[in-house]
Design a protein around this ligand. Sequence first.
Ligand code: BES
Ligand code: ZN
Ligand code: ZN
Length: 484
Amino acid sequence: MKYEISSSALSDIKADVTIVLVVEKNLKHTWIKDKKILENIGFKGESEEATLVPNSSIVYVGCNNLNHDEIRIAAAKAYTHLKNTKYKSVKVGSYLNKNGAENIKAFVEGFELGSYAYDRYKSKKVKTSLTHLIISTEDINKKSISSQKAKKALERGLIFAQATNYVKDIVNTPPQDFTPLEMAKEAKKLGKLKDVTCEVYDEKFLQKEKMGSFLAVNRSSVHPPRLIHLIYKPKNPQKRVIFVGKGLTYDSGGLSLKPSTSMVTMKSDKSGASAVLGIIKGAQELKLPFEIHGIIGATENMIGGDSFKPDDVLTSRSGTTIEVRNTDAEGRLVLCDCLDYAQDFKPDLLVDMATLTGACVVGLGEFTTAIIGNNEKLQNELYTSSKNSGELTTPLHANRYLKKTLKSSIADICNVSSTRYGGSITAGLFLERFIKDEYKDKWLHLDIAGPAYVESEWGYNQVGASGAGVRLNLQWLLELAKEA
Ligand code: BES
Ligand code: ZN
Ligand code: ZN
């Protein structure tokens, strides 16, 4: 799809079809040419309601207000209404709110995210006639915006959405085709970009580094593990930000085997790692002024004669010993060694992303990412930025009582809590044990188990991967760079 900004009035732009958002159910706006028809067919202009009036070649989409996420959802709904038509070019006006060009970015993002389809394994590929979207800077409320600002917003919307769609492709790829080696190949491709480097480490390195916890998870997989280390380093970076991702290309649960219905979708257990790849891609395209590392622990969690077992005691890279009581709590075992390794690089900010716990989905619902950490201010900062990204998050807080539930009688810590309550926080507390004192306030853990994989479509997210974690972190980084 080609995207373009035009400073011509909406009516002067030539296109096969027009998208008109019906804002706050106001059918009287001059852009609405079919008030009577809309009333006759019972179109109310509710949020997520859309209809195409063929005679005037206009798609009307309801939109509660000019909040940026309303705009994303409306843009995606418009795409859904157009994708099977013969129209090639489409035009739309601007729906500016008080935040400058925010909604131009949001429209492009919503349209591009909404256009995503995963057809790699379909004999018949998904096709659309649409090739071209033109956004007029003429605004619904006659606000004005410079073409330059509008173009920058368009560019950012595309970068955000394309990085997200890139992650969806990775996460959606089935586990027989997306192995840890494939993850490494994908990272190597990013390593070819300007200012990006990529190192891939094999099991010998993991042994040398004494990553006994990570290695244990890999033991019964026929696919070798990989530790992937990407670095995006522009000239004179202001800060060093390190992202660490859980890259379980499949999680069967190991000997603490998952029930068969819970195993389905566990190809998505690589979502944290995949988001790391998306963030590096997006950061490079946005030319962010930070040195950004992406560290990925890639492995499968399988079952076999050589599986690690409940009752095993593992020695992690940090020397901390871990009593295994459940092999399905494997993500934290991979992450603790990766987080320990990450701290060698002296981060100013350290963020890990993982589909870590089912408890998080139970507690927050399937739409929301948990932000866990020791530094409430930092948690709130990311929470505030995420509100500008369209991704939903909420900070969760720990306490001394939850911390005690990870005690082990045989080792330094247990890989699961003694209580099933508060499971997403206790998983975070397990990770926290591996964060050194000087980084305790610089670390955040994002549990993306809910939103990473969509079982029933919502908003602009199709069934399958959503690319959770990419937009919220890119938005945060832009705001940190004071460029938002
Ligand atoms: N990958 C799962 C978590 C998960 C569950 C992600 C559902 C997405 C959807 C993780 O490795 C896991 O199995 N965690 C266990 C932890 C438990 C054994 C303490 C869980 O949540 O049941
Ligand atoms: Zn698991
Ligand atoms: Zn897992």
